[in-house]
Design a protein around this ligand. Sequence first.
Ligand code: HEM
Length: 579
Amino acid sequence: MTILVASLLLGSFLSVLYLGYRCMLPRPILGIPYNQEATKNVLGDIPAWIEHEKKTGESLNWLPLQAKKLNSPIIQIFGNPLTKPWIILSDFRESQDILLHRTKEFDRSDHFGNAFKGLVPDHHISMKTTNPQFKVHRRLIQDLMTPAFLNEVSAPRIYDAFTSLVNVWTEKARLANGHPFSALDDVYRAALDAIWAVSFPLNPRDSLMYAQRWLLTSLTSINTTSSTDINEPAVFPEVSIPDVASSIFTLTESLESMMLSPIPKLKFWFMSQLPYMRRARAVKEATMASELEKAKARFSSGTQEERIARCALDAILRRELAAAKQENREPTYNTRTIFDEIFGLLIAGHDTTSTTAIWGLKFLSDHQEIQKKFRQALWSGFPVAIAECRQPTAEEISKSHIPYLDATQEEIIRKSVTGAGIWRTAMVDTVVLGHHIPKGTNLFLLGNGPDFIEPPIGKIPEDRRSKSCQEMNGRVGSWDPADSNLFQPERWIAKKDGKESFDSTLGPHLIFGLGPRGCFGRRMAYLELKIVLVLLLWNFELQSVPATLSSYQAVDKLSHQPRQCYLRLLSSPLNDLGA
Ligand code: HEM
């Protein structure tokens, strides 16, 4: 009898265990292709994804491979063992339609939003568009992308930061004596200087580039350049990074590791218990509080007219004051909202733009003919600067419309795929390309594979597409599959009556997203990239480096970052005009 009861109990226990296991196995959405192997494992596609990352060093690159393997522009993967499968779409027209026209059906993705919630819980990036707070937050920062703010505040600050980078690299080129050197850290640091100076007043002597320049100026030579191998990279002494900047880098990195975590909130909680993270957060909070106090002091002195926005924080406080007046209440400046919105700018403003700029430097080093044409375009595009033997001013650069410059910038953005794709969550049960998508499903609109930098996967019948998608047909061109993977600025140039002009609708990219939740900082990013490209290419010739120093391997963090960027710099012929 005892044996019978024990066997029954054991049997029931094992059945419960088995049923539990079965319940945890990923459940596919009917009709959408998927990796059959993944459904036999509670971790779904994660092991294959990790394996791919170990082998290639690139994680999000695994998604286009899966789409091609399953031969479908819409696939599902099991990326989070605790939620519905993720839908991966590799088709520009359908993605464009979702982002621009189907905004009631698809909103800010829970997965993407959760990645930011730990660090900046009250930033609008994680809010749904229907959340009334979203509009309140957007109103606070609405001035920052106006032409007036961009031209009068952002452009000169960004220009100063990257002129300092030119000064540092002039010293490095002198000391390197023909040897290549890694450009990664310098570009990230100069970009942080730039967005810091846009966000808060920055004394140039406090910038990261300033101290580095003076350290290098004091040197007459460095050890590594005594090597007879001219390809041996030069290594320079580095000044130590102040606490504030290193905290921002630490926190940006913590955010980066959230993006690909299946459960970002939990991961952030564990990470935030680590002593170095606690310290970085404390430094950040103290710095934000001190900058806010300084801004309040600037703000309360002076008349309404004198309260001009000298930086992003001033512009935000002005908006809060205006809102308070309208709502007949006292302004509240010391809020989590203001802390998080301004810190969000610092993070979003330095990481993505610098990554894109670094890709640009790599492409231009590896495409000498394009670099030559780019410099010729600068020569004919800035005649006054040429006549006066000086580099163009911030104003001249931001107001310029030089087709080959704009085309090269757009091609760098397209080919860098700094953002591998765009996340959205289905807010209702809906349909994509004829497939039922249940409410709550996360979609990843892939921008780094088929239909963008590779040939599309098959031809999608028109009647499979939504009505609004069919109506939009032809508004944006498509790339020739034979060369969509090549770096070719000319693809963005339209020719009419023998005249060339830059045309951003000639083909697709999704790097900034689209529609009401597309990148808020897009205009600033374009402005910054333009300033960076003009200043660096005006001052330096980027000579090619050997293949071993020019790998295109990348690591997917907050952005898709190259692992290597070595530059061999010579003074540019344009710069020599002034010599
Ligand atoms: C090359 C540089 C940049 C790239 C590739 C980039 C890319 C992106 C992408 C892909 C998104 C999500 C869009 C979507 O879901 O549709 C985004 C959102 C955002 N970006 Fe950027 N970004 C860049 C520069 C900047 C800069 C310079 C700033 C600000 C200074 C900024 C601020 C933001 C903000 C605030 C959001 C959230 C918008 C929202 O939730 O509505 N970005 N960005």
